[in-house]
Design a protein around this ligand. Structure first.
Ligand code: GLN
Length: 539
């Protein structure tokens, strides 16, 4: 077997240049050439994982099958490729130091001084090698988080420098993603920041092989020439990454047109296998030519930050792709929703989604909106906390349990319809008591959810502490709420539905993590399909 090739992607000049999506899109292209890829993210922060970070700080926490709480870039990796992701694909400085210090305490270093080089850098390298050993893919593509010049990234850069030195230029490739800003007044694109950023890399001993330049309009030949000369990078290896217009799923195509795949294979001396890219081209065509526009309200408290519900937005767009529709998301803060204004706020909406979340803020507004969705027969999908709120709403308004609540919000409620299986309220255990990762779920034959999946047993990812309280199950079922999905032992409620409604589903798990543009999740497909039915003539 051919030896695994390592591709490292660093970022320069500025953050938020789309490194994660670039890694994912390169994965798409190499897979389209018949190669297999594994993708990995190195995060320079000291947190062990983002599980305890606020969504405002870090965007959503992405959950893998094996229950790792990871960076949202892993979501892009999964949506764009077939790369199998586990906790090993997400590495942070915190994890690296944690492992090294644990070993030091056990005496494994036999009295030696433990240092950044070689102990920390070896641990970083081991994490990369583990991935290639276990997956045996043709490529391991590693995203180095942060921006070159940050103090925190230095050990990671040193580790990959060593790898290049040891394995050589035909096995280790460096790509640097950088910004070429356009100065509005002069109307000119400037290459100097890129030159400086490459200089910074060179000082660490890394000479990039390929430069990807984020720029408003494509680089001119003259600019490529200049960048090439100043940065020691072949002209043909200087690539433009222009802003895309409609959807991030255009990015693989944009890089295809720039021949990124060809350049990478050429530099590494690999076969230019036949390209099979029509699926993605078809996808982009569908996205660019929607037949309808459907408006779905997303009701969540982190709406001001696009990344906080990243996978949900993506999954909605996939639901749109499956229905040849463009999904316009109307973001509503539940704290602004009251019984008095709910009708007005939701008047132009075709479907409603309440995503996951933690903490009491906004709960009452969500309950009001869910009541509206249920009684006005608007398609509704409740995810995790959204499902729990649907249960609370039904209890209060159909079962007469006026103060029904989750013990997360009111531990003294007379009707704790959502509660913890075990009382684990020790704050020290934060991040450790959650039900995380993929679990099987049995769907009731003939239920709405079973018809959407066309399966009776599914596996979905979880991230929650609280559950439907089983002793209330009969009371709910008597009033018509259907428990249409449970854990195989039937101890945990996974899905609820309501009768006399075209499409109302609450799920305790997170279907958004399993949706891909090339394989939209059935529940998002269903939500969008039913919402489209509410589009009025002439809209
Ligand atoms: N806060 C709720 C729980 O812990 C819901 C979690 C979520 O929506 N991810 O169970």
């Amino acid at each position: 077997m051919q030896k695994t090739k390592y591709i490292f992607i660093t970022g320069g000049v500025s953050s938020s240049l789309g490194k994660g999506v670039t890694v994912a899109a390169l994965g798409t292209l190499l897979e389209s050439r018949g190669y297999s890829v594994s993708l990995q993210k190195m995060d320079p922060y000291i947190n062990v994982d983002p599980g305890t970070m606020s969504p405002y700080q870090h965007g959503e926490v992405y959950v893998t099958d094996d229950g790792a709480e990871t960076d949202l870039d892993l979501g892009y990796y999964e949506r764009f490729t077939h790369s199998k992701l586990t906790r090993k694909n997400s590495v942070s400085t915190g994890q690296i130091y944690h492992a090294v210090i644990e070993r030091e305490r056990k005496g494994d270093y036999l009295g030696r001084t433990v240092q950044v080089v070689p102990h920390i850098t070896n641990e970083i390298r081991n994490r990369i090698y583990t991935l290639s050993r276990e997956n045996e893919t043709d490529f391991v593509i590693v995203e180095i988080g942060g921006t070159v010049g940050d103090i925190e990234s230095v050990p990671f850069l040193e580790a990959i420098r060593q790898m290049r030195y040891e394995h050589g230029a035909t096995q280790v490739l460096f790509i640097h993603l950088t910004l070429v800003p356009t100065i509005t007044a002069a109307g000119e694109a400037k290459t100097k920041p890129t030159q400086h950023s490459v200089k910074e890399l060179l000082a660490i001993g890394i000479q990039p092989d390929i430069l990807i330049c984020r720029i408003q309009k494509k680089l001119s030949q003259e600019m490529k020439n200049k960048i090439s000369l100043f940065c020691n990078v072949k002209e043909e290896n200087v690539i433009s990454a222009t802003d895309i217009t409609t959807s991030i799923y255009e990015i693989p195509q944009m890089y295809r047109e720039e021949k990124l795949d060809e350049v990478v294979l050429k530099v590494l001396g690999m076969d230019m296998k036949k390209l099979n890219f029509s699926k993605w081209e078809q996808l982009v065509h569908t996205i660019r030519n929607p037949k309808k526009v459907v408006r779905i309200a997303l009701i969540g408290k982190y709406i001001s930050l696009q990344d906080a519900y990243r996978s949900v937005y993506e999954a909605l767009s996939h639901g749109g792709i499956a229905n040849q529709a463009s999904v316009e998301v109307t973001k509503l803060n539940p704290e602004d929703i009251t019984k008095a204004n709910v009708k007005e706020l939701l008047k132009n909406i075709h479907g409603i989604l309440v995503p996951g979340g933690f903490g009491e803020r906004g709960i009452e507004g969500k309950v009001v909106a869910i009541h509206y969705a249920r009684t006005k027969k608007i398609p509704f999908l409740g995810i995790c906390l959204g499902m729990q709120c649907a249960v609370i709403e039904f209890a209060r308004n159909e079962l007469g349990m006026k103060d029904a609540n989750s013990t997360e919000f009111n531990p003294k409620s007379e009707y704790p319809v959502i509660s913890m299986i075990e009382e684990q309220t020790e704050i020290e255990q934060m991040g450790g008591t959650m039900r995380l990762g993929a679990y099987p779920c049995r769907l009731q034959k003939g239920s709405l959810v079973q018809q959407e999946y066309k399966l009776e047993k599914v596996s979905e990812r979880h991230r929650h502490r609280f559950e439907f309280t089983l002793r209330f199950k009969d009371a709910f079922e008597k009033k018509g709420m259907k428990i249409s999905g449970t854990s195989p032992d039937q101890d945990l409620v996974e899905v609820v539905e309501v009768p006399n409604h075209p499409w109302f589903i609450g799920v305790q798990f997170h279907p958004e993590f399993m949706s891909k543009p090339t394989k939209p999740h059935p529940l998002f497909v269903g939500l969008v399909r039913e919402s489209i039915k509410l589009i009025k003539k002439g809209e």
